[in-house]
Ligand binder design. Structure first.
Ligand SMILES: [Zn+2]
Length: 193
């Protein structure tokens, strides 16, 4: 079994769910605790069924105060880069300290899901790091791969290489010319990096 469900996508909040035979994993918790619980219920799941959460970055539409409360209330292991946790700590303080944070590097495993993380070009004064993820799991002896990227300012060769061969590719993005013009990522593009 490999289910992928987008609960919410966009500037008002992001939250997705991946379900395999052994694991239920949330990606981002940028919506309310109530909204997550309601959407889990529609899938016949309870918060207690969640194995872990992955957080792409610390903007409020990807990790909201209410989303963090959800993770804390249900003692859910939360995976991200240590820079993302540092950003979240600056925003949410002691609450973030109470969260069961697991710092990850390039690749790791949650039950029957192999996960790779990689850098995404999305930074500002509040966000020093944003991760994209690929999640792979076997269904009937065949490997399926989901690619998940959010808010990126560009797609570089490294990202494309990670996302290659994805069976499902989820990209959340919006076009904001003013933000792009102020973005350090745009400077990198102009500089040919
Ligand atoms: Zn963002």
């Amino acid at each position: 079994m490999l289910n992928f469900c987008i609960f919410a996508s966009g500037s008002s909040g992001n939250c997705s769910l991946i379900r395999t035979a052994e694991a239920v994993v949330l990606i981002d918790c940028g919506v309310s605790s109530k909204y997550i619980t309601e959407n889990l219920s529609l899938m016949g799941l309870n918060p207690q069924d969640i194995t872990a959460a992955l957080i792409t970055h610390a903007h409020g539409d990807h990790l909201s105060a209410s989303g963090l409360n959800f993770l804390l209330k249900h003692n859910i292991k939360t995976y991200s880069h240590d820079c993302v946790f540092d950003d979240a700590f600056r925003k949410y303080g002691e609450k973030m300290n109470a969260c069961r944070c697991v710092c990850v590097n390039a690749s790791f495993k949650i039950k029957d899901i192999e996960i790779s993380s990689f850098d995404v070009y999305h930074r500002d004064a509040r966000v020093s790091k944003t991760l994209g993820f690929t999640l792979s799991s076997n269904v009937c002896a065949r490997k399926y791969k989901i690619g998940y990227v959010t808010d990126t300012g560009k797609v570089c060769a490294d990202m494309a290489s990670h996302l290659k061969d994805s069976n499902i590719l989820a990209i959340e993005s919006n076009y904001d010319r003013e933000m792009l013009e102020k973005s350090s990522d745009l400077m990198k593009i102009n500089n040919g990096c």
